[in-house]
Write a protein that binds this ligand. Structure first.
Ligand code: MG
Length: 444
């Protein structure tokens, strides 16, 4: 298991865990990993620390003999697109996604625009330890490139819309500010943007697109009578939606709807261990198959690659469309929701009402990084010895305990933050709550 990389690249509090000397070593490590040659595309989100970390990574890349293409502030999926489009050897995105403003991170992308796998991260980490600078003549060069407009052209052609939609978009002052509102307008939508000026202090709202953070968006959708409200996390690889009645659409329901729209009979959809059973119920009714994998977009992307799946999505709102690319893409997700409205001819609120409510509860408790393995080991032992009416214990990712009545509880350490996350689902809310309480008791 690698030391630096979590479930989504390297991430931590800036100038505490992630500081310039580390970023420089990572840059040099990437260059060494690439054989001290080739081009690397680098982009960042709107965080205050973005340029500082970017400069340090670039320094390392140049010192290691790689040329650098700077694409500036862009959403993560645009960086992934650019890496492939520009024929670069790798891409580097400076972002901490939905984490608070004091965080930042480094995420690497391969030449096909897919996130580095744990295996390539491990190989890279070894190179970081033994990285070497090149002779002065071979130091790399920097050039700048505009990539967002090329991305917009590509997205428009790939997934066109049939009619005008009235959309409110909330970019959370993050990386999508200059792309999503413009793209949707170019596609013929009537767009009102909210929190769509870049600001690394993120004054508009919390970066995770949760119901609590999207209350302003919901109010504006209600007061304007718009068709839909859409929101991204900080680097726009995720989507969340508010329906035409101003209600937050639960992520599991949205995932079930979009999967059903996209996946045909005999096709595969990939989701993670923490998603609701409603996804299976919907896909299987249509004759498709669901494959469950570890939490995190990297696992989803790799499973899509292996299975040839049609669509992959997580209840975090991170969705992958493999016939476009293997990067989770909040912008294509926004378009896909509108296309679903086109295809069904229904309002989003009508579609949401067709999805049954399976109470699913999520909780997180603080746990320091270093204590996680011991806590999880003890928890698994207690689950095995103390719980009754258990039909299955899955350890694909964390510990997922399935009970005889079909309810389940998943306990897994967060890969990016000092928390242990607990998810439970049952036919009744009361049972789901009981499962959470029971897990909490066993964890203590
Ligand atoms: Mg993100």
């Amino acid at each position: 298991m690698s030391k630096l990389f979590g479930t989504s690249g390297i991430r931590g509090v800036v100038n505490v865990e992630i500081e310039p000397s580390l970023a420089l070593r990572v840059g040099l490590g990437i260059a060494t990993h690439l054989g001290n040659s080739g081009e690397v595309v680098i982009g960042r989100d709107t965080r205050v620390s973005g340029e500082m970390i970017e400069c340090a990574v670039i320094s390392g890349l140049l010192a290691g003999g790689c040329d650098v293409i700077k694409v500036g502030v862009v959403p993560t999926p645009v960086l992934a697109f650019g890496t492939r489009k520009l024929g670069a050897s790798a891409g580097v995105m400076i972002t901490a996604s939905h984490n608070p403003p004091e965080y930042n991170g480094i995420k690497c992308w391969d030449e096909e625009g897919a996130a580095f796998t744990p295996e390539s991260e491990e190989a890279l980490e070894k190179k970081i330890d033994e990285a070497k600078v090149v002779e002065w003549r071979r130091i790399g060069k920097i050039r700048e490139k505009e990539i967002a407009l090329q991305y917009e052209e590509w997205a428009k052609d790939l997934f066109p819309l049939e009619r005008e939609h009235e959309v409110i978009i909330d970019c959370g002052n993050g990386a999508a500010c200059s792309v999503t509102p413009h793209l949707l307008r170019e596609m013929g939508c009537k767009v009102t943007s909210l929190n769509s000026h870049p600001d690394g202090l993120f004054p508009g709202r919390g970066l995770e697109p949760t119901p609590e953070h999207l209350q302003d968006l919901a109010k504006i959708v209600r007061s304007t009578g718009a068709e839909v409200g859409l929101a991204h996390d900080g680097d726009a690889d995720r989507i969340a939606a508010i329906d035409d009645r101003g209600r937050f659409v639960p992520q599991d329901k949205l995932l079930a709807l979009i999967s059903t729209y996209l996946v045909e009979r005999g096709e595969i959809m990939v989701t993670t261990v923490d998603a609701s059973r409603v996804v299976e119920d919907f896909i299987e009714k249509k004759g498709g198959k669901v494959v469950r994998t570890k939490v995190g977009d990297v696992s989803v992307a790799q499973t899509l690659r292996k299975t040839g799946g049609k669509f992959g999505g997580e209840p975090s709102g991170s969705w992958i469309f493999p016939n476009a690319h293997l990067a989770p893409d909040g912008l294509l997700s926004a378009i896909m929701i509108l296309r679903m409205l086109d295809a069904t001819g229904k309002r989003l609120s009508e579609l949401v009402e067709e999805v049954p409510e399976y109470p699913i509860l999520r909780k997180k408790i603080p746990c320091p990084q270093e204590r996680k393995p011991e806590v999880m080991k003890n928890f698994l032992t207690r689950v095995k010895t103390e719980l009754r009416r258990v039909s299955e214990i899955q350890t694909v990712d964390g510990v997922r305990t399935v009970f005889d009545d079909g309810s389940w509880v998943l306990v897994r350490p967060s890969g990016t933050e000092p928390y242990i996350r607990i998810t439970s689902e049952a036919h009744e809310r009361k049972i789901a709550e009981e499962r959470i309480d029971m897990a909490l008791k066993l964890l203590k």
